[in-house]
Design a protein around this ligand. Structure first.
Ligand SMILES: [Zn+2]
Length: 489
């Protein structure tokens, strides 16, 4: 390894469920994230970034492995034969640090691999929360422990308490340090102040170059931002009764209500205020990074997926694959580079992040990677790539599933102008002309037979690539015997 590589640092900041069209740089009418906008101005904004999975497990599998979710054994838990980015970096002597509190991305799902420091919000949880097999479940000691698990009980009590939202808002807003002390007792685990304070204090102590991933959960529903952040973006606050009704009732059971513009506006105010809340804490990090790493430093800011606000009759991010879930914000800032390209229109994908980071460090990109490095694009060079973008997950009756045993395939295949959706459970096919119908309202399946045939062909050949479970267990047995430390990746 040459000296240049050793001196590089990469930050990957991911914000769960952040829609690009709720940021000013993507044309939103509110400036929800002024600190992010100011920081991102120095770098490149990718105006057409697509996630390869519409919810956390499929999206992060794509991000960290640069392989589409259905391929090489699926995505949740990550199969051990699917190498993840930090493993490759660590093999090349890069120090790796990860902090997040999304239960889908914990050690149980194999996301800890390759991290020197991995804070996954599970550290206070008892092992019995996640029994590895039925035998453990049957053990009387396990049951006893479960009954006596006062932390879970406390969680439930806290959720049930009237006024909990008030306490939570107060803690979130005024006493971020308390979240560390209260972590075992509250569901506040790893909120923005905790994550950013932890990262900032870590950076103040460290001198070596590194890869650092910080994931922020606050924008994810339920939306309960501090009043201060609501007032930053709206002239009046939304009271706790309304918040509770909107996020616990309407959001969970939309079929019971008439979803009016007033309801949607209020939900979006709360969502936007959560963005503003995260942004207010990221400020410290955005100030420290250029001071600490004035050159040889790359910062990538993105989201795993978007969020539905009833555009197609859904809230949240499950069971559908429309663009309100697939479009993600995407910024790359190369600290010290004054000549970065300001905006890129090319379609880029979340599978491009891992090759971009490996390329920036100067290591060879593994053959298994399906994405491409975006470094040439931020330097104004052109890149060659395939014509189609695939996004996919498993679902059953509109609920996210982790594998093909429990769920059915849900896939989107897009070109620059067209988008095809296939739902294996309902056999429904949708075809949209994105250029004239970006909101995906007019299904052209009957009118555009030739286009439909083309997309079906791509779909079928992609499905043929999915390895069966039997074949995989053979592969994983072989792979588990390989010592990756001895392989120069
Ligand atoms: Zn997510």
């Amino acid at each position: 390894m040459n000296r240049d590589n050793r001196n590089k640092t990469v930050f990957l900041i991911t914000i769960d469920a952040l829609r690009p069209d709720h940021l000013k740089s993507y044309g939103y009418h509110r400036n929800t994230a002024p600190n992010l906008e100011k920081f991102a101005e120095k770098g490149t904004t990718f105006l057409n970034a697509i996630t390869n999975g519409p919810e956390t497990p499929s999206a992060f599998s794509s991000l960290f492995t640069s392989i589409l979710p259905f391929l090489s054994g699926g995505f949740s838990p990550l199969p051990i034969q699917k190498l993840i980015l930090p493993q490759i970096l660590k093999e090349n002597d890069v120090y790796t640090y990860g902090i997040h509190s999304n239960p889908n991305l914990g050690e149980f799902f194999n996301y800890h691999r390759g991290f020197d420091v991995f804070l996954d919000g599970e550290r206070y949880k008892e092992k019995q929360d996640m029994p590895k097999n039925q035998e453990t479940k049957k053990n009387p000691l396990f049951l006893l422990k479960k009954i006596l698990n006062y932390k879970n009980l406390f969680d439930k009590l806290m959720y049930g308490l009237k006024g909990f939202n008030k306490i939570k808002s107060l803690l979130r807003n005024r006493f971020p340090f308390l979240t560390d002390i209260f972590l075992p007792f509250t569901p506040i685990a790893y909120n923005a102040p905790y994550v950013v304070n932890k990262v900032v204090s870590f950076l103040r102590k460290i001198d070596k170059p590194l890869f650092l991933w910080a994931h922020l959960m606050d924008v994810h529903s339920p939306f309960n931002p501090p009043s201060k952040n609501v007032l930053n973006i709206n002239s009046s606050d939304i009271n706790l009764r309304d918040r509770n009704f909107l996020t616990s009732e309407v959001y969970q059971n939309p079929e019971k209500y008439r979803i009016s513009t007033d309801i949607l506006d209020k939900l979006k105010i709360l969502y936007d205020a959560e963005i503003n809340y995260v942004d207010s804490y990221l400020k410290d990090l955005f100030e420290l990074i250029p001071l600490k790493f004035p050159k040889d430093c790359l910062v990538i800011i993105t989201a795993d997926h978007g969020e539905s606000f009833f555009e197609h009759g859904f809230f949240f991010h499950q069971g559908n694959i429309y663009d309100e879930l697939l479009k993600i914000p995407f910024f790359i800032i190369e600290i010290g580079n004054e000549n970065a390209i300001k905006t890129v229109n090319n379609t880029v994908q979340i599978i491009d992040i891992a090759p971009t980071i490996i390329d920036y460090f100067g290591f060879p990109i593994p053959d298994s990677f399906q994405g491409i490095s975006l470094i040439p694009l931020i330097r104004g060079e052109s890149v060659e790539r395939g014509k189609y973008v695939i996004s996919e997950t498993y679902q059953k009756n509109g609920i996210m599933k982790r594998n093909n045993k429990d769920g059915y395939k849900l896939i989107s295949i897009r070109s620059d102008q067209w988008k095809y959706i296939y739902n294996e459970q309902s056999k429904e096919e949708l075809l949209f002309h994105l250029k004239s119908d970006p909101e995906e309202k007019v299904n052209l399946v009957i009118k555009e037979e030739e286009k439909l045939t083309q997309f079906r062909r791509i779909r079928d050949s992609h499905f043929e690539e999915i390895t069966t479970v039997d074949e995989l267990s053979k592969i994983s047995k072989v792979i588990s015997q390989i010592d990756f430390k001895k392989i120069n990746l």
